[in-house]
Each structure stands twice: as structure tokens, then as C-alpha cells.
Ligand binder design. Structure first.
Ligand SMILES: [Zn+2]
Ligand SMILES: [Zn+2]
Length: 249
């Protein structure tokens, strides 16, 4: 499993793009979230209209979802014909089509490729192109699913937004890599996690590696030195930046 960080930031960070990760396995590709800034970044890596198989949307806040109209427009411009699969919570189809209609009225009728939608249900495994996917609700201001991606060789957890819950802890337990939001240094903003709570998760849930994402922009910038010390003091803890790649074998 190859993990490419397209964006690592929160919604308004001008130094870092919205949080988004491109996963490549033997059989398929999966884009995790597609916020405002993501398509521009994504297409730096993609000149083939068929380069993407699946898109996961953790929740409907704009920094995770509102890049979809541009992603679709660009694939159409490139002449894509293969279906594109979307996976997420209920209403994903309705919200995606509504966003597309607002961004480019009438465009959905011109699309040259089918959009397919799969709803994931917590407690059930969804299997697509060799990937086993499971989701659980995190503690966020809007319903957000944390996602476990299992390709048979490795298990990766992606939090989207929100604090860990009993259910998301169960998903991430023992995983090879967790990509978890850490908005602040310590839990202080309701509906968001922190560096401290991620460290606790690593320890209590036996997580091998943990990448901190979606950090509040002034914290990431002003607390650089503190963060460096924390990272160097904890084996397996990472603070990725755009274009970083992690390969799991
Ligand atoms: Zn959110
Ligand atoms: Zn967010």
C-alpha cells in the first residue's frame, strides 16, 4: 500500500492544502477526501483520465467534500469514460449532485462517465476491488466516519475529522498506520482531536505508526519547535507534509 499526502492542513490553512491522501494498492486507487484545494494538487500527479478508481468522503464539510465538482470537471475535460466510484455515508449521491449543480449548472448531464455511489454502514465490511472497508462515527460537529482500509497485507485508518470514539478506537486498534486529525496540542476544541490524544491512542490501541493531520494553522506554525520535540521523542509518530509518501509492505 502506497500513501501519498496531497494535503495535510485544516480548512483555512494558507501554508497547507486541505487534508487529502491518495492510496494505491495492487488492485486499485482510493482518494481520501476532496476539499476545496485538493483537485489542483491531485492533478499534478495525474495525467491519465482513468487514474482514479474510488473516492472516499468522510463528511460534508467543504474542506473534505467541496473539491468534487472540480475533480469531475477536470476528468471530463481529460475525456474520462470509466465509472468513478464514491463511497461514504447516506446522502452522498444527493449532496455530490447538488454541489455539482451549484458549481456548474447543467454539467451533470454532460458528464462522459458514470458516477457510482456506495453507502457504507458501520459494523459492516464493504469489499471493493480487493479493499475491505469499515467505518465508524467519530466525535465531530457533523456526522463523520473514520475509515479502516484493509488490503489484505496492511491496515490503514483515516479519521477524517473528529475525536476518537469507542467505535473508531475499535477500528484503528493494532493498525499499521493511523492518519488522525490533531487540531490542537491538547484537547481544547470540541469535536476535534489533539496531538496529546493521538499519542494516547497510539499507546492504548497499539498503533504502529501515527501521522498527525488537519492541525490548526497557527498551532502548526507557531509550535514548530514543540512539535519537533514531541515527534522526535515518540517512535512512529509523524507530521507529514504535502508530497510525502509512506509505503507499507
Ligand atoms: Zn469537519
Ligand atoms: Zn476538516
Amino acid at each position: 500500500m502506497r500513501i501519498l499526502f496531497l494535503g495535510v492542513g485544516e480548512a483555512c490553512d494558507s501554508r497547507h492544502g486541505n487534508c487529502s491522501i491518495l492510496i494505491r494498492t495492487k488492485n486499485t486507487t482510493l482518494l481520501l477526501d476532496c476539499g476545496f484545494s485538493v483537485p489542483h494538487r491531485f492533478f499534478r500527479y495525474c495525467d491519465d483520465p482513468d487514474c482514479l478508481d474510488n473516492v472516499w468522503i468522510s463528511h460534508f464539510h467543504g474542506d473534505h467534500f467541496l473539491g468534487l465538482p472540480l475533480l469531475l470537471l477536470r476528468f471530463w475535460e481529460m475525456g474520462r469514460t470509466r465509472p468513478l466510484q464514491f463511497i461514504g455515508q447516506e446522502n452522498l449521491e444527493e449532496k455530490t449532485l447538488a454541489a455539482l449543480e451549484l458549481a456548474y449548472p447543467g454539467f451533470a448531464d454532460k458528464l462522459s462517465f458514470p458516477l457510482q455511489f456506495q453507502t457504507i454502514t458501520p459494523g459492516k465490511t464493504l469489499t471493493l476491488q480487493g479493499l475491505h472497508l469499515r467505518a465508524a462515527v467519530s466525535g465531530h460537529s457533523q456526522k463523520n466516519y473514520g475509515l479502516l482500509v484493509d488490503d489484505g497485507d496492511n491496515r490503514l485508518y483515516y479519521s477524517g475529522d473528529g475525536r476518537a470514539t469507542k467505535a473508531t478506537r475499535k477500528l484503528m486498534h493494532g493498525c499499521d498506520l493511523a492518519l488522525h486529525e490533531a487540531f490542537t496540542l491538547r484537547d481544547s476544541i470540541p469535536g476535534h482531536g489533539s496531538v496529546a490524544s493521538c499519542l494516547q491512542l497510539m499507546d492504548e490501541e497499539n498503533i504502529h505508526r501515527m501521522a498527525l493531520l488537519h492541525m490548526e494553522r497557527t498551532t502548526r506554525h507557531r509550535e514548530k519547535e514543540t512539535l519537533k520535540k514531541i515527534i522526535s521523542g515518540h517512535a512512529g509518530l509523524l507530521l507529514p507534509k504535502e508530497d510525502d509518501v509512506i509505503s507499507l509492505k
